[in-house]
Design a protein around this ligand. Structure first.
Ligand code: IMP
Ligand code: MG
Length: 193
């Protein structure tokens, strides 16, 4: 069992290509923090936003973003996933729903990647249904797709090509969330795994 996962994780990364290195990742996090600090960091701004990290993919981005924010905030998390853990998303499933304290708040949703947008469209809809005053969507990566998405991100760290990536919180079959840069996994390796 352990050997299986070790070998499969290694095989998936063996021919992967690094498209964003750790330094560029850090620069993107800084840009996102600067944008949020400009928006919420004025001394006369009394907003007290609720930052919601979307588990599990946003764990690394959120962890690095929060210490760079210079305004009072509250942190909480939600957990949403799309069925199955392969490279094609299915139905959106809630594992941890937002708490009632979202009502009336400015909510900053932080996620790893906006792909087809089903996940964040559902998150935004639910938060507004629960009475959030405003929902600001922050994603580390926005995948460039040819078709329109059901939701847009308000703040984007990086726009990336329409390829399957791992690293900085993003995984393939649960592997490689820990990589500090972004790596594209070869399509044929995804199929073979
Ligand atoms: P969406 O609903 O299609 O926007 O999918 C968003 C979710 O799918 C993200 O939060 C990720 O968990 C996952 N996802 C989408 N694209 C990738 C990728 O390239 N690598 C890893 N996870 C991805
Ligand atoms: Mg996710």
């Amino acid at each position: 069992m352990q050997d299986f996962h070790f070998d499969r994780a290694r095989a998936l990364l063996a021919h992967a290509e690094e498209i964003v290195d750790a330094q560029a990742v850090q620069a993107a996090v800084r840009r996102v923090a600067d944008t949020l600090n400009e928006r919420f960091g004025n001394p006369d701004d009394t907003a007290f936003p609720l930052v919601l990290g979307v588990m599990g993919g946003a764990v690394v981005f959120t962890g690095q973003l929060l210490p760079q924010l210079r305004f009072p905030l509250e942190f909480d998390y939600i957990h949403v996933t799309r069925y199955g853990d392969d490279d094609h998303g299915g139905e959106v499933v809630w594992k941890v729903i937002p708490r009632p304290n979202v009502a009336g708040r400015t909510v900053i949703v932080v996620d790893d990647i906006l792909d087809e947008g089903q996940t964040l469209a559902e998150v935004k809809r639910r938060l507004l249904d629960m009475g959030a005053a405003e929902v600001i969507i922050v994603v580390f990566a926005d995948k460039a797709l040819k078709r329109p998405k059901p939701v847009q991100a308000d703040i984007v760290g990086l726009t990336i090509p329409n390829k399957f990536v791992v690293g900085f919180g993003m995984d393939v079959y649960g592997y490689w969330r820990n990589l500090p840069g972004l790596w594209v996994i070869r399509q044929e390796d995804l199929k073979a795994a």
